[in-house]
Write a protein that binds this ligand. Sequence first.
Ligand SMILES: Nc1ncnc2c1ncn2[C@@H]1O[C@H](COP(=O)(O)OP(=O)(O)OP(=O)(O)O)[C@@H](O)[C@H]1O
Ligand SMILES: [Mg+2]
Length: 327
Amino acid sequence: MSEEPEAPFLEIPEDDSESTEPSEETADQPESEEPAQAKPKRRPPWRRRRRAPAPEPEPEPEPEPQSEAEYTAEPEPAPRLILEPEPEPEEPEPEPQPDPPIVAGRDLRKRYGSGNAAVNALNGVTLSLPAGSFTAIMGPSGSGKSTLMHLLAGLDAPTEGEVWLGPTRLSDLDEGERTRIRRGRVGFVLQSFNLLGMLTAEQNIVLPLRIAGREVDAQWLNWLLHAVGMHNLRGRRPGELSGGEQQRVSLARALIGKPAVLFADEPTGNLDSHNTDIILTMLRRACQDLGQTIVIVTHDPQVASHADQIVFLEDGRITRVASLSET
Ligand SMILES: Nc1ncnc2c1ncn2[C@@H]1O[C@H](COP(=O)(O)OP(=O)(O)OP(=O)(O)O)[C@@H](O)[C@H]1O
Ligand SMILES: [Mg+2]
């Protein structure tokens, strides 16, 4: 199945202005033919002079030559009769708007289960992330980090509240449309890596493009395999890889489609400090060089310190947002 890449949403407002043709002024036609004598051009009523009831007709001016061209020629402009279209009232210049956030959540609530067994994983979270920003979400286990990430990525729907991905409100879409938007614009690394056991590392990485019917950019694939240190292990299956190696494969898979937004849940959770550095450097470059927006969940303050801002969650609420980009 082939799928077109996501086209930008562009609404073209309907032009409802009516094109009013100005009515064509026509030359007055002579009322009757007087073949014997050349008749002067008949003046329009507002130009006719009243004649005194003198018996002697005033000497007529020299008759102008009458030709066919004269009748078809444009008459002198008659300001009161020409129906000029009213000039359109000038539209006020639109105020310059700040760039809309690439990801936004408004009053997000998520309840799992019902009755006594209900768990309120999120209790009203509002945040917006500008394009090209790098955000880390931190908080104790069970505070709602993964839940928030799943909602923002469109993997799950909130019980209440709204999620916006660029100009699109995800709750306005059905499941099929949400999937299409996700494939085109979002990459994610889940806490469980979700690699397919029968495919090699490389086949797992390019899988999202194969599913979407998109071309694989061989150069980009090569760059990613080197960046995550998996170029020598590209032919291995997940069962033949360590947890950290599987994690790096899933990160490369999330970036293969050059998504506008990358969500990564504990992307360095199983990595030693050397590999953690490699991954963080890569994420920073994706953010700075490619303008990608990155959202990671982490328990590691060292990892979070690479972000522009840290969002702290507790009991399903944001307790603090620390900006690191200005320090
Ligand atoms: N599918 C589910 N059904 C019921 N409860 C759930 C479900 N998923 C998560 N929860 C509950 O929602 C709360 C938030 O879970 P979440 O996975 O978002 O936490 P987290 O902050 O990511 O934790 P961790 O750091 O351990 O990954 C927890 O109390 C969890 O038990
Ligand atoms: Mg989690």
